[in-house]
Write a protein that binds this ligand. Structure first.
Ligand code: ARG
Length: 555
């Protein structure tokens, strides 16, 4: 992949010494890159038109034409140069982040709560970022910061002892836990006794009482077993499952640091860090609550301990938290406290936030048991995918496997198609539209490439890059030539949608090419078109893997 921007910058700087790299701007309708000359008018005491004309006359950039138009220098990359870029390296060979370490905190499920549709976004955005950073060469640590600490687990033990049984737990697993949790919440509202009992159990977990801890560990493994089934379906991986409970005894050293900096205040018996006067923007932030008056540490305290742990153990360049936007204040407070503590790496912490998900208008909540399990949504998508595949391609082998890839892929792709901050209303119907901007559409186009290549038999014949400069082929080449750049931008802006959107564009261009240019036309032209098709297939497969989708060879 050629870095055209740098190439243009270096050549143009020789004739316009005041040029800055940011002045070289990407494509508009007239060209691929341009340099507006308006800001040089004062320096050279000439009109921008004249400056552009004089510069254009002197400038020569390899593989590009330069023209002056209305005070702009317009650079158009020669089509052959773009085509050459397509074949100069394979997708995924670009490793600009190989000296970087990135921690990604994502999915971070809560014990004894179902894996519901609300976890979809954190899981797939985090999972996709994980793949992208790794593909770009970074050392990545995927962290599932389990919600495995809190008084609710005391409640669960209490509920289990009152209304549950070993047999039921064995038989019904997470369903049983969820039911117990819902019942506990309902009854504790009016029954002070249950709440008291729950607190006692929660203290026992904390003090390491073997019975309480044993029961809790069982709840934990039931939850994780369920979650791991979903992770397998989504192609998600983690390197660490260290949850909140791991950090409980690591809060005290953080308190010591806070005390040493005189940041810890006592308010009504609770430990707090004041933040409101330290916010430069003038925005008021409520204090961070570190420890309650009853001695219990709070969520943010455990996150502070976790941040130190990650910094000490992984030495990250970036630590990402893929968490819903409603926790924005929490992360602002967290980063601010680290900043007040004088940690220079506080600036490397990023809250990768995202909008709300709803499914065709349904409300989603766990407290009242009104939840939509992610697994059920995936099953429904797979079932629908199977029906569509049976209609479209009844002779296909292994339909069930393909339907799993297509159905699950449709849900994931849909979740990753819009910018992450946008609220989403999910519709199975739309996500599974084979002709829409969807996962199945991309997968289908990949399978089409593979079938073209399979029918052609041998490929690899010689050709001239010029043979791929007609409009239809060139449109495809252009979208593939800078694919690595798209992946890089997606990673550093935490926007997997850059990749999914580009994949759809590649497919649209490929399908136009497929209809406009006969591929099996013989001679070196056929070799050229097959080579392009093969590169499209490789790029689609690679791109799909980055956003967690399988690429079935046949559909
Ligand atoms: N378990 C939390 C929740 O479901 C998310 C944890 C996010 N990660 C973190 N380090 N706070 O709300």
């Amino acid at each position: 992949m050629t870095d055209y921007k740098s190439k243009i910058y270096e050549a143009a700087k020789a004739v316009l010494p005041e040029l800055e790299k940011g002045d070289v701007a990407p494509a508009d309708a007239f060209c691929d890159y341009c340099v507006p000359c308006f800001k040089f008018a004062k320096v050279y005491r000439k009109s921008p038109m004249v400056i552009a004309q004089e510069a254009a006359a002197k400038l020569k950039v390899d593989g590009m034409t330069v023209e002056a138009l209305n005070g702009y220098l317009n650079f158009t990359i020669a089509r052959e140069a773009v085509v050459a870029d397509v074949f100069s390296s394979k997708p995924g060979e670009y490793k600009p982040l190989s000296d970087k370490t990135v921690c990604i905190d994502y999915s971070s499920v809560n014990i004894a709560k179902p894996f519901h549709i609300g976890h979809l976004m954190t899981t797939v955005i985090g999972g996709a970022l994980y793949k992208m950073y790794r593909a770009l060469g970074a050392y990545v640590v995927g962290i599932n910061h389990l919600g495995d600490f809190g008084t609710q687990f005391g409640g669960l033990i209490s509920a289990f002892r009152r209304w549950g049984s070993d047999e039921k737990l064995k038989e019904r697993g997470l369903d049983e836990l969820l039911e117990l949790y819902v019942r506990y919440n309902k009854e504790a509202e009016n029954d002070e006794e249950i709440a008291k009992e729950a607190r006692a159990w929660s203290n026992k977990i904390e003090s390491g009482d073997p019975y309480a801890v044993g029961l809790f560990e069982r709840f934990k493994s039931i939850t994780l077993e369920q979650a791991k089934k979903v992770y397998d379906r989504l192609n998600i991986e983690f390197d660490s499952y260290l949850g909140e409970s791991f950090y409980v005894d690591k809060v005290a050293p953080v308190e010591d640091k806070l005390k040493a900096k005189n940041l810890l205040k006592i308010s009504d018996g609770a430990e707090i860090v004041e933040l409101e006067n330290s916010e430069e923007s003038g925005e008021k932030m409520p204090p961070a609550l570190i420890r309650r008056s009853d001695g219990a540490s709070l969520y943010i305290a455990r996150d502070l301990a976790a941040a130190y742990y990650r910094h000490e153990n992984y030495g990250f360049d970036k630590c990402l938290y893929v968490v819903a936007s409603h926790q924005a204040l929490h992360f602002k407070q967290l980063f601010k406290v680290l900043d007040l503590l004088g940690e220079p790496w506080a600036k490397d912490m990023v809250h990768v936030s995202y909008g709300m998900v709803s499914v065709e208008g349904m409300a989603l909540s766990t407290r009242h048991g009104n939840v939509l399990f992610l697994n059920d949504v995936l099953n429904a998508a797979v079932e629908k995918a199977l029906t569509i595949i049976e209609e479209r391609n009844p002779a296909l082998n292994d339909k069930a496997t393909v339907a799993e890839s297509v159905g699950v892929g449709a849900v994931v792709f849909d979740a990753l198609y819009d910018g992450r901050l946008k609220d989403k209303n999910f519709s199975l119907q739309d996500a599974l539209n084979f002709d829409g901007e969807t996962g199945p559409y991309v997968q289908y186009t990949y399978a089409r490439c593979k079938s073209v290549l399979a029918k052609a038999g041998k490929s690899g014949g010689k050709f001239d890059n010029k043979e791929l400069t007609d409009d239809a082929a060139y449109e495809v080449a252009k979208l593939i030539a800078d694919f690595d750049d798209v992946v890089y931008n997606a990673a550093v802006k935490y926007e997997p949608s850059f990749v999914s959107r580009r994949l759809v564009k590649i497919c649209q261009a490929f399908n136009r090419f497929y209809n406009a240019d006969r591929i099996m036309c013989g001679g070196s032209l056929q070799s050229a078109r097959l080579a392009l098709t093969s590169r499209v297939a490789e790029t689609l497969k690679y791109g799909l893997s980055l956003i967690l989708l399988d690429a079935p060879e046949r559909m």
